[in-house]
Design a protein around this ligand. Structure first.
Ligand code: PLP
Length: 412
C-alpha cells in the first residue's frame, strides 16, 4: 500500500510555516531535502545522551557512541546492499567522496596516455576532480556526448561504445542528472566499462534517496552520495568502494584513528573503513543518516520513486502549456526523475526564483553547478523545481499560478 503522502508532511516540522505570507512550498529538494522529526530527534538524542569520541574510549558513553556509529555504517551498507559494512566510508558528502577517489585512486593508477571518461552532463563535483586528476597524471579526460538540442536524448550510447577503449582506466558518471533529470542506465554503463577493464564511479547524489539502489546489482566499483539530499543531516556522506579496491588504496588523508603503528620514521594503516576516516568523524551525522535510511525504507523507496514520477508527470504537463517555456531534459515524465528545469523567454532565472519566493515557493535558479552543460545547451541559467516525498499536486498548481503571474509581469 502506498503511504499517505499528506500524512508524511506531518513528519517534517519545517514545512509548516508561512513564507512571505503564504504556506511554504519547498521545491528545492535537488539542492537539499528537508529533515523528518526522527532525524532531528536522532541528532538531539545523540548530543543529549551519548556524545563522546568513537573508537578511542573505554567508558560507557564512548562505547555507546561507537556502537551507534558502527551501527549506522551497517545500516547504510544495507541501504545500498553493500556486501560488507567496511565498504561504506563516511565522508562530508558526494564532493569529498569523489575527490577521495580522484586523488587516491587517480594518483596510484593514472599515467600519461590513459583516458578518464565522464559525460557532458556532470555536476562540477563529478567533473572538476577528474580534470585535476587527469592533469596531474598527464592523462586525457573525454566526455560521452549528450543528445538533443534540449538534452532530451540522454547519453549517446553508440558514442560510449566508441569511447570505451582499453585506454580508459576510469569511467565516472552520474546516476541522475541534477539539472536534466536524466536517469542513466548505470548497470549497463558498468557492464560496458568492465568489458574494457575500466573502474566505475557513480555520483548517486540525486538518486539514492529517491529510488531503490543496489550496488551489487549495479556492479559499480565506487559510488558517492550526500546525506542532506536524502532526509539526513548536512556534513555527512558516503563513499562506497568495493572491498578489493579499497584494500589496495592508499589513504588520502592521514592522522589519528587510521593508523596501526606510528614510529618517528613512518606509519602503517588500518584496513578500510578506518584507513579512510582520519580524525574525529561526524558521529552525530552518521547516526542520523542511519535514521534517515530507516525513514526512507519504512516508506519504501520504490513508492517514493513512483510519487516523484507522478508529480513530475503532472508538472511536465502543466508547465509545457505555459507560453515561451523551454524545458530541458527528457520529454516524458516517466523517463525522468522528480525535477523540471526550464528557461522562460525574456525572463532571467533569478527573477523567476525571486518572484516565486514572494509567493512562498522555494525554487533554484542558476547554472546548477553544470556550467559546461548550460553552455552546450546555449543557456546561462535555468529555473529548477525539484520534488520529494512531501510535495503534492496542489503545490504544483501553486507553482504554475506563480509562473503565470511572473510571465504576466514581464510581458506587461
Ligand atoms: N552531484 C550531484 C548530481 C549533485 O546534485 C550534487 C549537489 O547538488 C553534488 C554532486 C554535490 O553534492 P554535495 O554538495 O552534497 O557534496
Amino acid at each position: 500500500m502506498s503511504p499517505s503522502w499528506n500524512n508524511v508532511r506531518a513528519d517534517f516540522p519545517i514545512l509548516h510555516q508561512q513564507v512571505n505570507g503564504h504556506p511554504l512550498v519547498y521545491l528545492d529538494n535537488g539542492a537539499t531535502s528537508q529533515k523528518p522529526r526522527s532525524v532531528i530527534d536522532a541528532l538531539v538524542r545523540y548530543y543529549e545522551r551519548d556524545n563522546s569520541n568513537v573508537h578511542r574510549g573505554l567508558h560507557a558513553l564512548s562505547t555507546r557512541a561507537t556502537d551507534a556509529y558502527e551501527g549506522a555504517r551497517a545500516r547504510i551498507a544495507k541501504f545500498i546492499n553493500a556486501a560488507d559494512p567496511a565498504e561504506v566510508l563516511f565522508t562530508r558528502g558526494t564532493t569529498e567522496s569523489i575527490n577521495i577517489v580522484a586523488r587516491s585512486w587517480g594518483h596510484a593508477h593514472l599515467k600519461p596516455g590513459d583516458v578518464v571518461l565522464t559525460t557532458e552532463f556532470e555536476h562540477h563535483s563529478n567533473l572538476v576532480p577528474w580534470q585535476q586528476a587527469a592533469k596531474a597524471a598527464g592523462a586525457t579526460l573525454k566526455y560521452v556526448p549528450l543528445l538533443g538540442a534540449d538534452g532530451e536524448g540522454g547519453p549517446d550510447l553508440a558514442a560510449l561504445d566508441q569511447l570505451l577503449t582499453p585506454q580508459v582506466k576510469l569511467f565516472a558518471f552520474t546516476h541522475i542528472s541534477n539539472t536534466l533529470g536524466t536517469i542513466n542506465p548505470v548497470a549497463e554503463f558498468c557492464r560496458r566499462a568492465r568489458a574494457v577493464g575500466a573502474v566505475t564511479v557513480i555520483d548517486a547524489a540525486q538518486s539514492v534517496g529517491h529510488r531503490p539502489l543496489d550496488v551489487q546489482q549495479i556492479g559499480c566499483d565506487f559510488l558517492a552520495f550526500s546525506g542532506h539530499k536524502m532526509c539526513g543531516p548536512t556534513g555527512i556522506g558516503v563513499l562506497y568502494g568495493r572491498r578489493a579496491l579499497l584494500d589496495q588504496l592508499a589513504p588520502d588523508e592521514t592522522g589519528g584513528g587510521m593508523v596501526v603503528q606510528v614510529t618517528y620514521e613512518g606509519a602503517t594503516w588500518k584496513p578500510a573503513p578506518e584507513r579512510f576516516e582520519a580524525g574525529t568523524p561526524n558521529v552525530a551525522g552518521a547516526i542520523a543518516l542511519g535514521t534517515a535510511c530507516d525513514y526512507l525504507d519504512n516508506l519504501g523507496r520504490d513508492k517514493i520513486a513512483a510519487h516523484d514520477t507522478a508529480l513530475v508527470t503532472i508538472a511536465m504537463e502543466k508547465l509545457s502549456a505555459l507560453p515561451g517555456i523551454r524545458i530541458i531534459g527528457p520529454k516524458k515524465g516517466a523517463e525522468r526523475s522528480g525535477m523540471v528545469s526550464f528557461a522562460f523567454e525574456g525572463v532571467h532565472a533569478h527573477d523567476v526564483v525571486t518572484f516565486a519566493d514572494e509567493d512562498g515557493i522555494a525554487l533554484r535558479g542558476g547554472h546548477h553547478c553544470n556550467q559546461p552543460l548550460m553552455r552546450k545547451l546555449g543557456l546561462t541559467s535555468t529555473t529548477r523545481a525539484s520534488f520529494y516525498l512531501y510535495n503534492t499536486p496542489e503545490e504544483i498548481d501553486r507553482l504554475v499560478k506563480s509562473l503565470q503571474r511572473i510571465q504576466k509581469f514581464f510581458a506587461g
